[in-house]
Design a protein around this ligand. Sequence first.
Ligand SMILES: [Zn+2]
Length: 269
Amino acid sequence: MKRNSSGDNYVSYEIGALTLTSLRDGYVDMPTTRLRQPGNKVFGDGLPRQVRLVDGNLRLSVNAFALDDGTDVTLVDTGASNAWLDSMGLLPQALREANIAVDRIRTIAFTHTHIDHINGLILPDGQDAFPRLSRLLVPKEELDMFRAEARLQRFHERAETFEAGERIGANIEAMAAHGHEVGHTCFRITSGGESVLAWGDIVHVPSIQFEQPEITWEFDGDQEQARASRLRMMALAADNMYYVAGAHLDSPGVGRIARSRTAFRFEPL
Ligand SMILES: [Zn+2]
């Protein structure tokens, strides 16, 4: 896998015969108390020094990923649009910069149904962001959650479900990585003998969770299961030389994972 082109809000990579583009929707700042030690304990004054802060907060990138097979484009997650904070909602601009026409996006697959992943279906002005969308794929366990998002009401009946283990495209396989949410999914994208895991919210705070993967996030629905999924996906990527593409890794959020003395290390590409 190698870098193709880049701009302010995107980076494109070649993987086999495919193009994977990281699209920057923006960022969200969160208090450090969202980080949890085993036992669901906050850090308080004992916050490890390596945790990177911006004005006292954790700054999480918000990224989506587009996979172009030369015919159609599949989008993994869609950012927050105007449903949360002003620091997000750049996805349409990122797509323009990357020269990805929105009417080529025919399939959208969600890693899970939290607001910063699904709301990009609708632009701030209320129009559909993807006028030729034909498949809207939601993890089976989260269909009800998706249908509870009032802002996306006109998409509720269009959602199709998928299950872990299913292929959702010629080059894309859904893998269970439950814990952060009940249907949280990683997508393994493979071409030309290389693979990249579009792994959603396996990591929220890269400055500490690679080195200490036991640390969880307040919004992990099931802390123990989220921890186990993180360890499993990191090991899978490290041991098979998979690249990863993370929704909250620092933009563009693509790279390799190596085992380190203590746990793992992220090597951005
Ligand atoms: Zn998220």
